[in-house]
Design a protein around this ligand. Sequence first.
Ligand code: CDP
Length: 246
Amino acid sequence: MGQGNKTKSLSANSKQFSPLSRKGLVIAIDGPAASGKSTAARLLAKRLGYLYLDTGIMYRALTWKALRDKVDIKNSKALSELVKGTRISLKPKSDLNIQVYLDGKDITSFIRSPEVNKYVSLVSTAGGLRKVMVAQQREIARCGSLVAEGRDMGTVVFPRADVKIFLQASFEERAKRRWKENKERGLSLATEEVEAELANRDRIDSQRKTSPLRRAKGAIVIDNTHLDIPETVEKMWEVVGKKIKC
Ligand code: CDP
């Protein structure tokens, strides 16, 4: 989230953003799971003083709710109904992490559980549910000055984004990163387990009918297999800089 907006919540229905204060670019970043998008995008937003929108969190929050309410996650209609009565709001914290509220309840600690990891890609295939999410994401972006990341930012949500970046890394490197992330969260999973989950997420995300993960037209590809996070942010910064000059 942008530095100047640290205490504000991102909620599609609220009127918290002054159009006068934010008139910058919309930067759309897409890429597969564990490509380092979230951390790099967040740091890029901080550097630009822009808002940061992690759309994966929104899909994770809905997945958590569907699991809690025992909604049949293969039933696209039931998921569309679920999303209609749901309020998601994202609140940036001073350490750049995001606090997630679902219907007023802080669910931040639940959205990266193994269960949510397992089902989030399946839930995210539901077209009706995506329609509602896309509308909310566009509403959040209405004043610009935004770094938005996910799977369909450049292709569907913001096809006219000022800057589009597709961030990728090798499967092996992404699996390594995800394993490490899990370990840091106290989850010691076998390498094979992590690889299987990642492969499954990749497959569903890129093969689904609605908004599959694709490099958007005009997107600059950054492969960060051999880059760390600061180097990745630097590359993104260069891409943004070139666009601004044009
Ligand atoms: O953090 P990680 O890369 O594991 O994933 P995420 O960005 O939190 O996204 C979780 C899942 O939500 C993805 O695997 C997609 O299935 C879904 N998603 C989506 O369909 N569209 C988006 N714009 C963002 C996420």
